[in-house]
Design a protein around this ligand. Structure first.
Ligand SMILES: [Zn+2]
Length: 262
């Protein structure tokens, strides 16, 4: 039996933080015990704080917690994985922000979601060594939609149920899936996927243990369709996606300024 029923331990990933008063911070955490959670770390902005520096963005830590009246209090933190202590790649950092923003936006507070925890933990770990960090996003997003119950089925038309194998399809955002040629939405902006994109879409959404072989890299059309489903369910475009796109244009900007200066 626990010595203090108001104390508990949990693994947690830091999604974001904001200052509280003179010395405290409120952390938005994704925990394996209780899902998304806001918790206070007292005195964390003072130099002597044991917890300071351990709760940086995207770090994973084993936390000692105390249930408070309003917010829980972080009483101890032991680093499990420090993600950005040595990472200097801005694309990895921006991608991590998008992962955190999506988990934060989609997940209800105090609702344990072990699948989402494992997904976020795995994606953050993969980011560190990724040559193209943003390439992890399509599969992450589709697996996240799946964990939330929003996943668009990739194998059959969302309207008539006909198999899409070997066929082109169109993203029908309102219907929540891909539609065959007969059932496709007739809008100018409906995203089209050729047969190869449809197979890719299905592989991107596949669980590791499932019938369909999982795919890690997206075709451009499949990636666009997945972004569109995410935006649709979120009701907006994630802020971090703009940051990522700005980064993608940086080399071109740099070259342009160099040739202008040279
Ligand atoms: Zn159909």
């Amino acid at each position: 039996m626990s010595a203090n029923p108001r104390s508990y331990k949990t693994r947690a990933i830091v999604l974001r933080a904001r200052n509280l008063g003179e010395a405290d911070k409120i952390f938005t955490l994704f925990t394996d015990a209780r899902g998304k959670l806001d918790a206070v770390a007292k005195g964390v902005r003072r130099a002597k704080s044991q917890v300071a520096g351990r709760l940086e963005f995207a770090n994973e830590a084993q936390l000692g917690m105390h249930r408070g009246r309003n917010l829980d209090i972080i009483t101890s933190a032991d680093i499990t994985h420090s993600r950005f202590a040595s990472v200097t790649d801005p694309a990895a950092y921006a991608t991590a922000h998008l992962l955190a923003e999506l988990v934060d936006a989609f997940c209800e507070p105090d609702l344990p979601m072990p699948d989402v925890y494992a997904l976020l933990e795995g994606a953050l770990a993969a980011l560190a060594g990724a040559a193209q960090p943003a390439a992890l996003l399509p599969r992450f997003q589709l697996r996240l939609l799946d964990a939330l119950g929003f996943a668009p089925p990739g194998d059959a038309c969302v309207a008539c149920g006909d198999s899409l194998a070997g066929h082109a399809a169109w993203a029908d955002l309102d219907a929540g899936g891909l539609a065959c040629e007969r059932c496709r939405p007739h809008r100018a902006d409906a995203l089209a996927l050729n047969a190869e994109d449809v197979a890719n879409f299905q592989g991107l959404g596949a669980a590791r243990s499932g019938r369909v072989r999982p795919v890690l890299n997206a075709t451009p059309a499949a990636a666009r369709a997945i972004d569109a489903f995410v935006n649709y369910h979120l009701g907006k475009r994630p802020k971090s996606r703009t940051m990522l796109e700005d980064l993608a244009h940086l080399p071109a900007l740099r070259e342009a300024s160099q040739s202008a200066n040279g």
